[in-house]
Design a protein around this ligand. Structure first.
Ligand SMILES: C[S@@+](CC[C@H](N)C(=O)[O-])C[C@H]1O[C@@H](n2cnc3c(N)ncnc32)[C@H](O)[C@@H]1O
Length: 214
């Protein structure tokens, strides 16, 4: 039986990029969409889905208002990378529409994949996102001093090299750094280094960085 969610938006976690990480429950919900909203990269994961496709770029606030309007007559499904409840725009949609109007389908987060790739537990870790941020280093420094493991979402500006430089500048030295790029994708790379060497590290994509006390 097809579950119907009248007047509700479905927020679907699509995992780290590889189709095999998309859950059957996620796929089932995506197929119900009249309107499918997501980044170009995420929309490409569902070429066969017969829905109107809306590209989400930097148009978050305008689009979120439209999503709320469309959802009164159509089934809107919003694609989110990784897990919707982990540093994503799902938070803005839930805030705008109210919790009772949102169905959230969890996905595998990039952070889970990163910790799995380096064989570390994440139940004792702390998480910080520098993705799209111009500040955040004071907060990061505090967390790195406080926790033995910190998982960081980066972007093309807040790169592993910039993070290493900032930590060293703040007097933090004795840490292992794992740089996990393009997780689950054919170009995946997982590197282990220390902060001094990381200052010169070249990266080509957003990554998850794990900082660990020796
Ligand atoms: C806006 S955040 C979204 C996080 C997402 N909700 C999650 O649970 O993974 C985007 C950041 O997630 C990380 N990320 C997403 N996919 C990744 C991948 N395949 N490999 C490495 N990092 C990834 C990067 O740090 C990227 O800048």
């Amino acid at each position: 039986m097809v579950e119907s969610y009248k007047n509700k938006v479905i927020l679907v976690g699509c995992g780290p990029g590889l189709k095999a990480y998309i859950s059957p429950k996620a796929l089932y919900n995506v197929k119900k969409a009249d309107i499918l909203v997501g980044s170009r990269r995420l929309l490409k994961l569902f070429p066969g889905v017969d829905a109107e496709k809306i590209i989400l770029e930097k148009n978050y606030s305008i689009l979120i208002k439209k999503i709320a309007d469309w959802s009164s007559t159509k089934q809107v499904v919003v694609l989110v990378s990784g897990d919707p409840c982990f540093f994503s725009y799902a938070k803005m949609i839930v805030k705008k529409m109210g919790r009772e109007s949102c169905i959230i389908i969890p996905g595998i987060s990039s952070i889970q994949l990163a910790f799995a790739a380096v064989g570390e537990s994440w139940d004792d870790a702390c998480f910080v996102s520098l993705h799209g941020r111009n500040d955040g280093y004071d907060h990061l420094m505090k967390k790195v001093r406080e926790y033995s493991k910190v998982g960081i979402l980066t972007d093309l500006k807040n790169t592993p090299a910039v993070i290493a430089r900032q930590l060293l500048k703040g007097g933090i030295q004795e840490r292992q750094m794992f740089v996990c790029e393009n997780l689950s994708l054919p170009e995946e790379s997982v590197r282990e280094t220390d902060l001094v060497s990381a200052v010169h590290l070249k990266t080509n994509a957003a990554s998850v960085v794990i900082i660990k006390k020796y």
